[in-house]
Design a protein around this ligand. Structure first.
Ligand SMILES: Nc1ncnc2c1ncn2[C@@H]1O[C@H](COP(=O)(O)OP(=O)(O)O)[C@@H](O)[C@H]1O
Ligand SMILES: [Mg+2]
Length: 176
């Protein structure tokens, strides 16, 4: 859910490419979410982990980034944001999976499938590696294989979910 939320920021920032990279080193998981969206000014970047900062007009507080930071820090990890106006943003967080307060990773296959299904005009690259093994799913490749069939087709989303889940399972099981 956190990954979806952070990727949602990238989508709202007008990104055409969003890369979600997971790297496992033992029980340490580094998640980086990088986009080529509008980026943030240094002023916004400085205060963005403050829960009362948001550029939304529909509600007063933005909780996505502060919550994500808290989720990482609760496990002994960290969260950092790099951002440049008109270039893009990278949010990098580390989680210690063996920590009792670490939130479950959830259904990553469904997360990837949902992002690709709901945003068929945005490219997503999802990858997981543990140094020895790696897996990547790239919406540009799916689109090429599928010819004219849109990524928003329910059967396609179902396939992506299964495909991702199946391939990441053995890698994740080694780390946890
Ligand atoms: N990837 C991003 N690109 C550009 N701006 C971003 C990005 N992520 C966050 N922001 C800015 O930071 C603000 C706070 O984000 P967040 O904590 O997720 O709260 P919310 O999404 O509810 O506003 C957003 O309103 C937006 O202005
Ligand atoms: Mg948000």
């Amino acid at each position: 859910m956190n990954i979806l939320d952070i990727a949602e920021n990238s989508i709202r920032a007008g990104a055409t490419l969003v890369e979600i990279r997971l790297e496992l080193q033992g029980s340490k998981l580094t998640i980086s979410i990088r986009d080529n969206g509008c980026g943030m000014s240094p002023e916004l970047l400085n205060k963005v982990t403050d829960p009362f900062t948001t550029s939304r007009t529909t509600r007063k507080v933005g909780l996505g980034l502060p919550f994500y930071k808290m989720a990482a820090e609760m496990t002994g990890g960290t969260m950092q944001i790099e951002s440049r106006l008109s270039v893009g943003t990278a949010v990098t967080a580390t989680f210690f999976l063996s920590h009792i307060d670490c939130m479950p990773l959830g259904d990553l296959g469904a997360t990837v499938a949902t992002l690709m299904q709901c945003n068929p005009d945005i490219d997503f690259v999802f990858s997981l590696s543990d140094g020895a093994e790696s897996f990547a799913a790239d919406s540009r490749q799916f689109r090429e294989i599928l010819g004219g069939v849109p990524l928003s087709t329910p059967e396609v989303a179902f396939f992506i979910r299964e495909y991702v889940s199946e391939h990441i399972k053995p890698i994740l099981e080694k780390g946890i």
